[in-house]
Unconditional design. Structure first.
Length: 406
């Protein structure tokens, strides 16, 4: 049997990670590998089976907080730039009780009712973008539609002016697109500092003149006498702005590509637009806008399926693999927009389940239905072998998606 290597930087994995996942699910479901982190090789484990992923997503033997694994002195030695430490102060990188406190404070502002009240505005934004696209016979779906829709929504929620929206794409791409090139790493650090400076200006402005937006809400949110610290505010706003649109961009673009490559399901959705709810859930499962959860580390030594996981080892939970596991899903390699039940874990599982899932689902449903209603004869404007995927280990997203409308 040919040896299969898990290498998230390889062109083959970027293009199609699913054969790699299938191999490890069958032959090595708790797979040992090393990953370069903190400038050195970190012993790590890739978890690929659905049941194992779900079990470890709620296992308190794993931690999200680097401070539980490394001392402050060690972190200072290992980190290139402590000025960017704010990037790990949000709730995705914390355990209870810190995680509980942060999530409850954010939930005061980011409520399901607030999200549902955005429906009409999201529909308006989608129609406006489609009006512009309709003036042309071809388009690039990411820049014309998939990116601007969620970034306009999150920007309006935050009270961020329109002229800054393109800058957020630059900052987001800098953080998510990975590189080992030293000059690019330095450039990313500079962009993240610029991002932090801008967030600092927003926080200062909302403290002095509160408005009816998410930033003002987070500045004022309080529970049991506690508010978000300055670093926590920076980090939470970073999380909401970057993660708050990145998943939806990939859902819309990846979902469109999947449907164009499966004309029977594309035809089915156009004929039965009421299936949009189950269709979005299936596109989340099938395309996996997020491939691997954010990093976890073993908080103690333990044995998992016979493998000796040591304290400090990295644990990579491949939700993209779990969502294609035949032990959980019937015919998982097939796209079925009417699939039910569909217990995918595209938004995670347990206490770290994505707080923005309702918004991503709402935007995805509105965007895709509006897109295909307006352009029912849409097709790819490039050959399938010309499709390029971004250099990212957590997110799975396209570089571009050229399409024709007739």
């Amino acid at each position: 049997m040919e040896k299969v290597v898990f290498d998230i930087t390889s062109p083959e994995y970027r293009k199609d990670p699913y054969p790699v996942y299938a191999h490890f699910r069958e032959h090595d479901p708790v797979h040992y590998f090393t990953f370069k982190g903190f400038q050195e090789e970190v012993p790590s484990w890739l978890i690929t089976r659905y049941d194992d992923c779900v079990a470890l997503l709620r296992d308190n033997r794993l931690t999200k907080d680097v401070n539980n694994i490394f001392s402050k002195e060690d972190l200072q030695k290992r980190s290139e730039d402590r000025d960017l430490a704010f990037l790990s102060e949000h709730m995705l990188m914390k355990d209870p009780p810190d995680h509980t406190r942060l999530r409850s404070l954010v939930h005061q502002v980011f409520t399901p009712r607030m999200i549902e009240n955005l429906r009409t505005r999201i529909e308006e934004i989608a129609d406006q973008l489609l009006d512009e696209m309709e003036k042309k016979s071809t388009g690039e779906l990411l820049s014309d539609f998939a990116f601007p829709l969620p970034i306009i929504v999150i920007s309006e929620m935050m009270g961020i002016p329109p002229e800054k929206r393109e800058q957020f794409r630059i900052w987001s791409n800098a953080l998510i697109d990975e590189s080992n090139d030293e000059s690019k790493i330095k450039d990313t650090q500079l962009k993240m500092k610029a991002f932090k400076n801008y967030i600092g200006e927003l926080i200062k402005a909302r403290r002095e003149h509160p408005t009816d937006d998410v930033i003002s809400g987070l500045v004022q949110a309080e529970e049991n006498g506690e508010k978000l610290s300055e670093e926590e505010l920076f980090s939470m706003l970073f999380l909401l702005i970057i993660a708050g649109h990145e998943t939806t961009v990939n859902l819309i673009a990846n979902g469109t590509l999947a449907l164009l490559k499966h004309p029977d399901q594309f035809k089915r959705l156009k004929e039965q637009p009421e299936l949009i709810g189950t269709a979005v859930e299936e596109l989340l499962r099938f395309t996996n806008p997020v491939q691997i959860t954010t990093q976890r580390w073993a908080n103690e030594d333990f044995v998992f399926h016979g493998q000796p996981i040591k304290k400090g080892d990295g644990v990579w939970i491949a939700i993209g693999s779990a969502n294609r596991d035949p032990a959980q899903f019937k015919k998982p390699e097939e796209l079925d927009i009417g699939r039910t039940p569909n217990r995918h874990i595209a938004f995670g599982f347990g206490i770290h389940f994505c707080l923005g899932a309702p918004l991503a689902r709402l935007e995805g449903q509105i965007a895709l239905n509006a897109l295909f209603k307006r352009f029912p004869h849409m097709e790819l404007a490039i050959e399938e072998d010309q499709i390029k995927w971004r250099n990212a280990s957590i997110f799975r997203g396209l570089v571009e998606l050229p399409v024709r409308f007739s």
